[in-house]
Design a protein. Structure first.
Length: 196
């Protein structure tokens, strides 16, 4: 049985947020083109500075040469559990505004927001994502022949969740460990409350 993790929150957070997590055990079941396009379109509806929409995506499904080439750029610690991923999506940021010169200081923030919509849409379809910063950015940039103002942000593994027991260690233990977050008291510096 696939192992899913629901966050135990102190306050009543939306189910779509509580159920979002990043598994490593994927079944290898293919994702259809329509489903992949639905997931990618969801990302495009994020907010962005001046509506610049600086996100760019490259998708590669398992069984294609690009999937294998992207797999080769992953850090050693990410390769073992990605063997059964159904697709990779490379998330990219256009770091300049439309003139191609003026830096967009919000670009990576906005791409991160788009990535979250991508993730929530995928999860709503029982497709899970695992975002990875552990990959060779220079190799990806060369592979995709990126312009100077387009930079790789993360590679997103997508797939249908599978049993944690199929994973090698230490990934199996990580898959089964409960999700935790820092308490609000540690991350909120100041807040004003009404007397109600």
């Amino acid at each position: 049985m696939k192992h899913l993790k629901t966050a135990l929150t102190h306050y009543p957070v939306a189910d779509s947020i509580k159920n979002r997590w990043s598994p490593r055990s994927f079944s290898g079941e293919p994702i259809t083109n329509d489903n992949l396009n639905t997931i990618l379109e969801a990302a495009t509806w994020s907010f962005s500075a001046i509506n610049e929409q600086p996100w760019r995506y490259v998708a590669a499904q398992k069984g294609t040469p690009l999937f294998d080439q992207l797999f080769d750029t992953l850090a050693a610690g990410n390769k073992p559990w990605n063997k059964q991923a159904s697709a990779f999506v490379v998330s990219l940021a256009k770091t300049t505004f439309a003139d191609g010169i003026t830096p967009n200081g919000s670009a990576q923030h906005d791409v991160g927001a788009a990535n979250m919509l991508l993730t929530l849409q995928a999860n709503s379809m029982d497709i899970y994502t695992h975002l990875m910063g552990g990959f060779d950015r220079a190799k990806v940039a060369a592979l995709l022949q990126l312009e100077a103002d387009i930079v790789p942000v993360v590679i997103i593994a997508l797939g249908y969740a599978d049993e944690a027991e199929k994973l090698e260690e230490p990934f199996k233990t990580r898959e089964l460990t409960p999700r935790i977050r820092k308490p609000l008291s540690e991350i909120i510096r100041q807040t004003a409350h009404s007397k109600n």
